[in-house]
Design a binder for this molecule. Sequence first.
Ligand code: ADP
Ligand code: MG
Length: 701
Amino acid sequence: MQPSNLENSLVYLKGVGPKKAELIKKELGLETYAQLLAHFPFRYIDRTRFYKISELHEDYPFVQIIGRILAKDIIGDKHKKRLVIRFGDETGYMELIWFQAVQWAYDNLHIGKVYIAFGKASLFQQTFSISHPEMEVYPRQGNLKGNASLQPVYSSTEKLKKAFLDSKGIQKLVQVVLEQYAHEINENLPEYIRLKYKLVNKKEALSAIHFPKNALAFKQAQRRLKFEELFFIQLEMWHQKVQRERKFKGLVFSEVGPRLNLFYKEMLPFDLTNAQKRVIKEIRLDTQRGIQMNRLVQGDVGSGKTIVALMSMLLAVDNKAQACMMAPTEILAQQHFQSIQSLIKDDLVKVAILTGHTKKKDRDRILKALEIGEIDILIGTHALIEDRVVFHNLGLVVIDEQHRFGVEQRAKLWQKNAIPPHILVMTATPIPRTLAMTLYGDLEVSVIDELPAGRKPIETKHLVEGQRLRLFGFMRQEIAKGRQVYVVYPLISESEKLDLLNLETGVEQLRYHFPLPEYQISIVHGKMKNAEKNYEMELFISGKTQIMVATTVIEVGVNVPNASVMVIENAERFGLSQLHQLRGRVGRGAEQSYCLLMSGDKLNPVSKQRLQTMVKSNNGFEIAEIDLELRGPGDISGTMQSGVMELKMANLATDQAILQEARKTVIELFTQDPDLNNPSHAKLKYHLTRKARIIAYDKIS
Ligand code: ADP
Ligand code: MG
């Protein structure tokens, strides 16, 4: 490919130079002309619309008003001079104010003349004013570029502004690049795809996204750039998947053998839900293909993922392979171990547990047994990843609560067998389908979207501080019935000290209202040592304490069926998905359970809406969708896995249709031309080789 001027360093751009180029790089991360063109405006100001003074509102971002200058005065002393202009139209008066260049403005703006004033209006003592408005003589002269219609606004920083690179300054640079080099902007989508989806070409799109001539041009540009962004993400992911499937054969689990059958017929304590059956079938099909399975199972809390994991592991064992299951914490590993032990009978399979706390003697014995294939199923924590853990024939890895494990760690497990084991990832953090497709484009996704029959839905209520005594009364009532209660506090690193203080004050208050010896309280927070945490958890799990005060460390997976009340303090500070996770800690037994969301009396509308969503819905997927709409995907993906891409253009909440199109296009493309040998795919192929990111599984072989 020919070197393009667009790859030039910004140093060479008219009006930039080394100093500014350095600053732009530091502040915005932009180095080349092309990168500057990809620095899209974050909003636009509509300069086709004029406001009357009587229509003004403080919430409007920027407005332009046609009016006449009625009076002008310089007031204040020598050091603090300001110019105040009285500006009026047929609906009222307002003030225009200058604190700088006061004399210059005074001399150049004339009483009696009509101007267009442009700026942000604010209200002070019943009067609207604009500080340092942009002034233009009315009627507007000619067709100033960018001023006639939608004017772009770019993000900038204080340092950039000092170097005259505010939004306006950046706009000028973009303009220069477009004027001189627009003809060098190359199309990067295959023509047939562009035509099929009626997408404007790249050059048109980039010009219009910076300087849209009208709303239609803007919409078309936006659609094209969103498609492109999502298309390339999908392309990279699907490419990785195709490569991986070629490189790695998978173990073939051809049999449903004696163990799985016996378990199903004689040990399963309940009927599987249809959703569980469907997912097990999907796993069965996946593991027969001779290709490594990489499947994500999403299921709301309490949907019964453990049994699916266990049955998959039995399938592996029936096919002469070992299986392991990895949990994010010691407590969870213990719980899995115990619940699996209690489900299987008569030495159906040999199960062991290995964690960081396993004693050396036991560990040595387990490791030896594992290596010669005497252990069928190994449950554990991160400890399973360690190099000294050697399997005889590892066929299936189950990872519970995916988001605590990175891709790197997944890859380490792959290495534990000559033919990489099948991977089953389980998560209780429901992610909307669109997000799943983007984050885990290379994983197949199964969904357990049904809870076992007979569950009583958790009752959720939103209470404010004024109702606290009622809350305590209710807690006492439940504890009197023999139930247990969680009280959870937020702990967000920025204000960790303050939060801890909150928690401590909360505990004091609880101790006062729930005195010893009648009531026992456990406390678990992030600042405690692991051993202490485990000790306190154990007290609660075994029912020796009735109240568990905790920060979000208990969020994931803990199972105490006797706990029936979840109190969440400062609930407005949690994300929706997190609240739902926490709520899932109760409702695990036969009892009616409750989730009580405590908040201050005053809440902003969004917080209120979020808590109302929790009150109304018990469905994790529904909540995740709403969360995505209210917060945007950044926050959600942040809690899922680090290193997730950030989208510049597309919005996963609102652009589902475009994402579907992009994904469909990519899948078709690879089905027809897996090596991208078709000339119309040459550029895509080039893109992928150039991109060749370090992918975890490229490191193994
Ligand atoms: P999670 O998906 O949150 O990991 P678990 O696997 O811990 O859920 O299951 C929650 C509870 O539901 C467990 O006590 C489990 O035994 C029970 N359970 C699972 N599947 C069913 C079913 N099909 N019918 C009745 N109870 C079930
Ligand atoms: Mg679970």
